[in-house]
Design a binder for this molecule. Structure first.
Ligand SMILES: [Zn+2]
Ligand SMILES: [Zn+2]
Ligand SMILES: [Zn+2]
Length: 919
């Protein structure tokens, strides 16, 4: 990087030594876009997140009050000699930490409010009862009429009394200031004085005379009188309609001449005056708009009988009711069994063979009351945990998940209900937004809300550009993949036009197809052009080459990395593939044509779910099968709702077909699952997903790879351990040996208002997770905590010969994980690292052939690492293992044995297998 002009400002970090970084000096041009690249473990995240972002966070904390400042010293800190020009930073990470289950794409992009304002400003005034348009007049209409139809008029309001209220007397109205009524009969007494009615009850229907109006009157006076009449009606709870009746001579009223003016809104559909739909009726966060049943959440918790009684083959005595099967509910269980015996219900036969009436009794007398009791104890966290454990969420039956009460659900504008804008695919919502602009009807109304319109239009367009067009705005963020969530956040920051900040992005290309990269490039340029500094860690070659500047770290991962590479080449080394195998010959096949023999394949016939309809799909056994296509084309649907669901059902009860779909549980329908007879008995079936991956601070490579048990045993056999009387369990950090302050986690979590949850290193154990006496014991020159801090590659060299340690370490290193340490919490790994660790863990434990589905394994890998991963997978194919991989990366496509391409586009325009290729 050379200085282009003396005025250019730089963000600089001098002498950075965080983790494996080798005292490097780096500078980033402010208000430019810099890509950081390098092979796995070369120090990219250490530089971007653990150094620059950590420093920005610290500076931010320093500006806050004393309370927040006390956390400064325990915040993770990068190691550098000097920093200059660090702007306020926002990290858009992959880890989807939105804890609130209510968070949706709409709320995360700040779209709900502008969309609501836009909708309200554009929609015609509508009846709250039915949503149809209404008629409302104004004084202008009245004046206009008088101007056009010169004459003398009587202004009246029609009143019809309920049977029961018909005891209204003349003098009652007289007391309110009125003097005449009009009875509409043709005789001379059509207008009658209330004074004359006196004590007599008025008829059930008549017109009350408010005033006389005459076209010839002086203009200002006429306006005044009209407005007085108008407000008399408008603010009365009894009146809603005004009649003008022509008066020929002084009192000769033309009975056929009543011209109606609707002062209150009138609905022709409901044939009544009505209330209008208000903005609050469209707000599921307001008490007025929210569905009363689910409080605007869209779903409600119900007891899940499958969780309460997971196995109906168990008897009550064996603990069929899982709720009471733990030691803390022993008394409950005893009382329950006693009560059953008293009521002659057998506690020794399987639950499923109990009479229906007995089952009903158990629920009514014991299970339901138990959960009602817990509901009352909700203030205790133990009760909340139990409730959560045995409940599931179902779509709210009152609003069908639409969150609004009946009035809000009626709102319509340009043929769409308000809620459908959130429930339909985002590209359809975008079509609606564009349709507004093309409809001359809205031209004037739009001019008042131009800014709001632009914001909505821009954000919807961004979401579509970033590959989220086929999802919907009500989609809960928790169900998004890390990459999708990051792009939602990107939409928010670009759409809101924030400026002068530093944005640090973690692999924004993840999950995008090749043709979607150019739009991401556009977005990042836009973010920069708003005046922001963008620092991005990524591996996608096209994305990296589009950045203003490139920084490459290397040359390898772990201790051999952490250097700043000279960038004399046009393309960074990590973007050049390490995979040298020649491309295989391919042939294209009609998607419905079979080509594997039955003994070499697993197939699914007539699979349907979402937009996938009646698909036939087969996978080659012992092959690398790659499923590809644009985002939203149905790849995940095919794998999750089809392949995985079918294998799970088969495992559960041997079923090979499924006629009933359950979208909430991720199960589609299919006619036939076919595989060779020995497949179901001799194959271990594995799913390695990004989203569902359990990532926590207590799951570390040592435990996941099965190395921890061996380590603990080795430690317990040292002379020191025997001397102190330590057993194997003393060397587990989440057991007896763990630090008591942090319960073996090594960190404490603090909830800071501005920064959210912040982890600080445990002051008691200094992050070692262990009690101090445990750390005195050494094995092969290191204590247990030091071993946990050793990376896998070093472990392989130093202790790889210890029985049952070598194989898992070898496979993990093969998969490019040599740089991570034995004790790195999976919560601190990138999505790609955690996924590959899962693959390694499963592969090293499996004694059978495996059939494994992988979700984007190339994620987080440089081309170099992808080459290694492919080589490992293809090597495993040679040993008879099968992989089904959802992937976009071209290297995967070009080296697969079998490519299934879905499309042609996303969402409703997808769901088809458009092409298959084999080699
Ligand atoms: Zn109506
Ligand atoms: Zn509801
Ligand atoms: Zn501790």
């Amino acid at each position: 990087m050379s200085k282009e002009s003396p005025s250019q400002e730089y963000l600089t970090c001098m002498g950075v030594k965080t983790h494996n970084l080798k005292s490097i000096d780096v500078q980033f041009r402010l208000k430019k876009w810099t890509a950081i690249t390098g092979v796995s473990g070369s120090g990219k995240s250490s530089l971007a997140f653990d150094t620059i972002y950590a420093e920005a966070q610290r500076r931010f904390l320093e500006t806050l009050g004393t309370y927040e400042r006390q956390f400064l010293q325990s915040l993770p800190q990068g190691e550098a000699e000097e920093y200059t020009n660090i702007p306020a930073a926002i990290a858009l990470k992959q880890t989807n930490k939105s804890g609130d289950p209510r968070t949706t794409i709409a709320s995360s992009t700040d779209l709900s409010d502008p969309l609501r304002s836009l909708f309200m400003s554009l929609m015609d005034e509508a009846c709250a009862q039915c949503g149809n348009g209404v008629v409302v007049h104004t004084t202008k209409d009245l004046l206009l009429y008088l101007d056009k139809h010169q004459g003398h008029y009587l202004a009246t309001v029609p009143i019809s009394l309920e049977e029961s209220a018909s005891s209204l007397r003349g003098k009652d109205l007289l007391a309110e200031g009125y003097s005449r009524i009009y009875l509409g009969t043709k005789d001379n007494n059509a207008i009658q004085s209330l004074e004359e009615w006196g004590d007599k009850a008025l008829p059930s229907s008549f017109e009350l005379v408010l005033d006389r109006l005459s076209s010839g009157a002086e203009h200002d006076e006429l306006v005044n009188r009209c407005e007085t009449i108008w407000s008399q009606i408008k603010f009365s709870s009894r009146f809603s309609l005004l009649y003008l009746r022509e008066v020929q001579n002084k009192n000769d009223v033309n009975n056929d001449s009543n011209v109606p003016f609707h002062v209150q809104p009138y609905c022709a559909h409901c044939k009544t005056h009505t209330k209008l739909i208000q903005a609050l009726d469209l707000d599921w966060q307001s008490g007025m708009g929210a569905c009363t049943r689910c409080q605007g959440v869209g779903n409600i918790p119900v007891l899940d009988s499958q969780k309460i009684i997971p196995s109906e083959a168990m008897s009550l005595g064996e603990g069929a009711i899982k709720t009471w099967s733990t030691p803390s509910f022993e008394d409950f269980q005893k009382n329950f069994l006693k009560s059953c015996k008293k009521n002659h219900i057998s506690v020794d036969v399987p639950y499923k063979s109990l009479a229906t009436s007995d089952k009903q009794w158990i629920w009514k007398e014991h299970i339901d009351p138990f959960f009602q009791f817990l509901e009352q104890e909700r203030y205790k966290s133990s009760a909340r945990i139990l409730l959560a454990k045995f409940r599931k969420y179902v779509v709210c039956p009152a609003c069908q998940g639409q969150r609004l009460g009946p009035i809000g659900l009626n709102a319509r504008c340009q043929q769409k209900t308000f809620v459908s804008l959130f429930q339909d695919e985002i590209h359809l919502t975008y079509d609606w937004v564009k349709g507004i602009k093309n409809n001359p009807k809205y031209e004037k109304r739009l001019s008042y809300v131009d800014d709001i319109y632009k914001e909505v239009e821009k954000k919807c367009a961004l979401l579509i550009k970033l590959g989220l067009g086929s999802t919907h705005l009500f989609r809960r963020c928790r169900t998004l993949s890390g990459g999708e969530y990051q792009r939602v956040l990107l939409t928010r920051v670009i759409g809101n036009g924030l400026t002068d900040a530093l944005y640090i992005l973690d692999e924004p290309s993840v999950g995008l197809g090749m043709h979607e990269i150019p739009t991401l490039v556009e977005c990042l340029r836009e973010l920069r052009d708003l005046g922001n500094t963008v620092i991005m860690v990524d591996h996608d070659r096209e994305l990296i080459m589009s950045a203003d500047d490139i920084i490459e770290l290397g040359p390898e991962g772990g201790d051999k990395g952490g250097f700043l590479m000279e960038r004399t080449r046009p393309v960074p080394l990590s973007c050049i593939s390490a995979f040298k195998a020649p491309l295989p010959e391919r042939k294209k096949i009609n998607p419905s044509q079979k080509f594997f023999s039955k003994k070499d394949s697993l197939s699914l016939t007539n699979f349907s779910a979402h937009y996938c309809k009646n698909l036939f799909v087969e996978f080659g056994l012992g092959k690398l099968n790659v499923v590809t296509g644009p985002s939203g084309a149905g790849k995940s649907t095919l794998i999750r709702y089809g392949l995985q669901a079918a294998l799970e059902k088969q495992e559960e009860n041997g079923a090979l077909k499924n006629t009933e779909a359950n979208m909430d549980e991720g199960v589609g329908t299919w006619d036939k699952l076919e595989a060779p007879a020995d497949f179901f008995t001799d194959t271990e079936i594995l799913y390695v997903e990004q989203r569902a991956m359990y990532r926590s601070i207590v799951s570390v490579p040592a435990t996941l790879l099965g190395i921890m048990d061996i380590l603990r045993k080795q430690f317990s056999q040292t002379t020191q351990a025997l001397e102190f009387g330590f057993t194997a369990s003393d060397f587990s950090f989440n057991g007896k040996g763990g630090c008591e302050t942090c319960a073996g986690r090594g960190v404490l979590e603090e909830d800071l208002f501005f920064l959210g949850k912040v982890e600080k290193i445990c002051p008691e154990c200094n992050g070692t997770r262990y009690r101090s006496e445990i750390l005195k014991v050494l094995w092969k020159n290191k204590n247990i905590s030091q071993w946990l801090n050793t990376n896998l590659a070093t472990c392989l060299t130093e202790i790889g010969k210890v029985a049952r340690i070598g194989r898992p370490l070898y496979i993990a290193c093969q998969l490019g994980l040599g740089h991570i340490s034995l004790g790195l919490p999976s919560s601190s790994m990138s999505g790609g690292e955690a996924q590959r660790l899962r693959i390694a863990a499963t592969l090293s434990k499996a004694d059978k052939r495996i059939f494994c589905t992988l979700d984007e394994p190339s994620r987080g890998l440089s081309e170099f690492d992808i080459g290694n991963l492919l080589q490992t997978l293809l090597g495993l194919n040679d040993q008879g293992h099968t992989f089904v991989v959802v992937e976009h990366h071209p290297l995967f496509e070009s080296h697969a044995h079998h490519v299934i391409r879905m499309g042609p586009h996303g969402g409703a325009q997808g769901g088809l297998i458009v092409e298959r290729e084999i080699c």
